[in-house]
Design a binder for this molecule. Structure first.
Ligand SMILES: [Zn+2]
Length: 270
């Protein structure tokens, strides 16, 4: 009997994923994007559509080019506490925000971050009919294991202040632990504060980039999509056949070696 097929790798055969999630879309995102791009890191930027073109916020006409290597995600039209709104108001905050961001980027916007991290079961039930694939909370995930579902309550791994210490633990995880992801949460304007500054996040980004052979640098939506695609793979009862019915290349360990399963491919293992 062959070794079991393990769908335990991210794209590139990597075992770990790293991403950043930034809220509010202030002009300091420009400097943040510049640092990320210098290091080929990727992030998700959650934008408040009614704030575009206002003082201290990015301009509508730069959204597409500024965030080109990253994910543009929703953060509502006016940044209200959603738990205080009626269902129609919640949907309007999400859908009108999506319409603006989709018009500006030419992409389908499928992510969201709850303003103030404010949500409850009722808000989540309304979001289920909003066409969103995931919504990020302000809750810290209990481990580095990326959730396999419940993507409308997606947490993060650490705040930017704790990124270095958290990264230390992340790198020390044993290799048999698969599906590991570290998600760093910040607002770019926080780095303008004299007691925080840009140096720490810049040096963290450099440190992370040095691990590029081990870590998949990605966005929240790509991480969620890859996780969903992996769950859709078909593996035969005896473990000797794997079929990838998705449009995503999947990565697995087969006989202790990394292997790719192309979209639509059926692989027979001897
Ligand atoms: Zn916010």
């Amino acid at each position: 009997m062959p070794n079991p097929i393990l769908l335990d790798l991210y794209p590139g055969g990597k075992r770990r994923a790293l991403t950043f999630t930034f809220d509010d879309g202030q002009v300091h995102d420009r400097r943040m994007v510049d640092i990320l791009n210098q290091h080929s890191l990727r992030a998700t930027f959650h934008l408040i559509s009614s704030n575009l073109d206002r003082p201290n916020f990015v301009r509508a006409d730069e959204v597409k080019s500024l965030y080109a290597n990253h994910e543009v995600s929703g953060h509502s039209v006016t940044h209200p506490c959603l738990t205080r709104l009626a269902p129609t108001q919640i949907l309007s905050e999400i859908l009108e925000d999506r319409k603006t961001l989709e018009r500006l980027t030419g992409q389908v916007v499928r992510g969201f971050a709850y303003p103030y991290g404010d949500f409850d079961d009722h808000v989540v039930s309304v979001l289920q009919s909003s066409g969103l694939t995931y919504a990020r909370t302000t809750q810290i995930l209990p481990s580095f294991t990326f959730p396999s579902g419940d993507f409308l309550r997606l947490g993060f791994s650490c705040r930017h202040q704790d990124a270095d210490a958290t990264f230390e633990k992340f790198l020390a995880l044993p290799n048999y632990r698969s599906g590991q992801a570290m998600i760093v949460f910040a607002h770019s304007y926080e780095f303008e504060r004299p007691n925080i500054g840009w140096d720490n996040i810049s040096s963290f980004c450099k440190r992370a980039a040095d691990q590029h052979e081990k870590i998949w640098f990605t966005t929240l939506i790509d991480l969620v999509d890859y996780t969903i695609a992996r769950q859709r793979a078909h593996i035969s009862a005896d473990g000797s056949i794997i079929h990838n019915p998705t449009t995503t290349t999947l990565w697995a360990t087969i006989d202790n070696q990394p292997a790719q399963i192309a979209p639509g491919q059926t692989l027979h293992i001897n």
